[in-house]
Design a protein around this ligand. Structure first.
Ligand SMILES: Nc1ncnc2c1ncn2[C@@H]1O[C@H](COP(=O)(O)OP(=O)(O)OP(=O)(O)O)[C@@H](O)[C@H]1O
Length: 255
């Protein structure tokens, strides 16, 4: 198996002394090329930290993070910026489209900014895959949330990245639009050979992945190949007896 991204013995410590938080505590994991991996775990278990460090948006306190063969800890900020632009695609919960640009301009913007314009044939194919051909000249405000997130997925894929990192990509969508966006990520992986890594609280979303990783207290505690929503839900219930995504009540949090 080739890893598109990998962390080895990854640790991330925030603060020091009494306020020290070990957000990651010795995590080692490969994200296989042409695979779709979901990261789950209770709130505060380190999911976002793992994704951000694996994607070069944040740095590890110790351990190694690689995209392909490139060790991220050895890179300058400028080199990291270039690597993210050239080799990584991002999808966020809140779409992050540029409101003044059309759908087509949003999709090609990162490529245009990089000075290496997107391959028109690839963009053409993507537009069909995400089903936005009749919306190409619309602005984001003229689209539904699900359509906007499909634009964000197309933008993430426009530069043929090694890995697409998606942080709660369906968090703001109804279940039908969410299923469309997840279907797209799945097609990007299984039909277009891309690699996707997704943080989610939703067992139904996680079931679209090839494998689910479970974090708890900054550690990798379990993994589930070929997940189903039911099995993921059961596994999540085993954490602390809480349903996934459950928020602590004010009484539980304390003063
Ligand atoms: N910038 C920061 N400074 C201090 N502590 C932080 C910072 N970012 C995250 N943490 C802490 O690190 C731990 C892991 O946070 P992280 O956001 O990775 O968890 P998560 O699993 O993504 O949570 P959620 O599901 O609630 O989004 C938490 O205890 C969090 O409070």
């Amino acid at each position: 198996m080739t890893a598109a991204a990998r962390v080895v013995d990854a640790a991330k410590v925030y603060g020091s002394g009494e306020t020290e938080v070990r957000a990651l505590d010795g995590v080692s994991v490969d994200f296989p090329a042409a695979g779709f991996t979901a990261i789950m775990g209770p709130s505060g278990s380190g999911k976002s930290t793992l994704m951000h460090c694996a994607a070069g948006l944040d740095t590890l306190t110790s351990g190694s993070a690689r995209i392909g063969d490139v060790e991220l800890s050895g890179l300058t900020d400028k080199q990291l910026t270039v690597l993210r632009r050239e080799r990584i695609g991002f999808v966020f919960q809140s779409f992050n489209l540029v409101p003044t640009l059309t759908v087509r301009e949003n999709i090609t913007l990162p490529r245009d900014l990089s000075g290496r314009p997107a391959d028109p044939e690839w963009i053409d194919a993507l537009v069909d895959v995400v089903g936005l051909r009749d919306r190409l000249h619309h602005r984001p405000s003229e689209l539904s949330g699900g359509q906007q997130q499909r634009v964000a997925v197309a933008r993430a894929l426009a530069g043929r990245p090694d890995v697409v990192f998606a942080d709660e990509p369906t968090g703001n969508l109804d279940s039908r639009s969410g299923a469309e966006v997840l279907g797209l990520l799945g097609r990007a992986v299984h039909e277009m050979g891309r690699t996707a890594v997704m943080v989610t609280h939703d067992p139904v979303a996680a079931a679209h992945a090839d494998e689910v990783l479970f974090l708890a207290d900054g550690r990798l505690v379990d993994r589930m190949p070929e997940p189903t929503a039911e099995r993921v839900l059961d596994r999540m219930k085993a954490f602390d007896g809480r349903a996934p995504g459950a928020r602590r009540t004010p009484q539980e949090v304390g003063p």
